[in-house]
Design a protein around this ligand. Sequence first.
Ligand SMILES: [Ca+2]
Ligand SMILES: [Ca+2]
Ligand SMILES: [Ca+2]
Length: 424
Amino acid sequence: MRPGDRHRPHPLCRWGHASCTMGAMSPRISRRRAFAAAAAAGLGLPATAHAAPKPALRGGRAEGLRVATFNASLNRAEAGGLLRDLEAGKDPQICAVAEVIQINNPDILLLNEFDHDDEGAGIDLFRSNFLEVGQNGRTPVFYPYAYSAPVNTGVPSGHDLNRDGTVGGADDAWGFGEFPGQYGMVIFSRHPILSEQVRTFQKLRWADMPSNLLPTEFYGEKIAGELRLSSKSHWDVPVQVGAATVHVLAAHPTPPSFDGPEKRNQRRNNDEIRLWADYLSPGQRSQWIVDDAGTHGGLPAREQFVILGDYNSDPADGDSWPGAIDQLLTHPRVRDTAPRSTGAVDAAELQGGANADHTSDPQFDTADFGDTPGPGNLRVDYVLPSKPLQIVSSAVFWPEKGTPGSELNATSDHRLVRVDLQVR
Ligand SMILES: [Ca+2]
Ligand SMILES: [Ca+2]
Ligand SMILES: [Ca+2]
């Protein structure tokens, strides 16, 4: 525990972290901390005024919940690079990411591409130096709870996975990355994270998935048997919202590109998406799934969830294995609210190129990729709630060129996607 942590009730919940107990989470302290910070910033009611668990009972009043996902592109070229930028407190890209978050003001947020460090120092610095400071006159946001854990990106496999004749480098790691933790993930929440019930699937083997698409001939039998399925990690993070529990299912499957004829990344992307589809299918179909603590099986049918993340797969365009994202969009437990923006329509028209040939309606695009030759702008970022959750609205934050906020479009190649729910 570092000196600054005594003010933070729950600095970082990590898998297996001794301090991650319900007892360590004190809504009272976190509220006080939020009020103190807001007072220091010269504000009235802090954003976390509604962060405390409300006295809602089952069957009682519904609670509004805004859930968002954002691939914020906060990865850096070398280990420690993001920490240096966060410490300096002025990096314009990080300020813009914080401003996007402050404008959208989610209650639960997954950030993809946030370099992971084992102490959670990056999470603390991002909160104190950016989120809790009004960017460009916006209202600060306060997240008393956060979760992160190690990822497979940049972790050396010791094998020549890309078959280029040498061992080492980003392409030979368990997930593509220059150093362990690059392109990591973090969840921020105003509601308590039930950290003792978190399940992670970092080490689950690809070969253990029945009827997988693993190109065994390309890797060879021995190495194929060791490969990890998740390119970063898959997390089931339960969050307590009033009297209800909502499971945040977070992941960031590998892009289905940079492939040879064996299509290893395209195949892996499909199977990483399939992990959640199987996880949500109780019974035989999820029995092969084993979490990092050795527990088998998927998410029971009674549990509510929201799937979050950049799944690198458009329903119709880009390089996906056919039907990859449909495994989630058409899953019987999942509701697709089809979040949209007018900015994406505007961008597809202005940018042309591959966009002109797309099948998916551009209003659903969430990422602004290269257009000549392609892949063009795609729908790859998803917030997919379970069916019993009541939907209020949904949106992609993609302001049209020349309108207020459009200067933030350059912050990342992805846009923030959000869904407003009622939880009871
Ligand atoms: Ca190699
Ligand atoms: Ca583009
Ligand atoms: Ca498109």
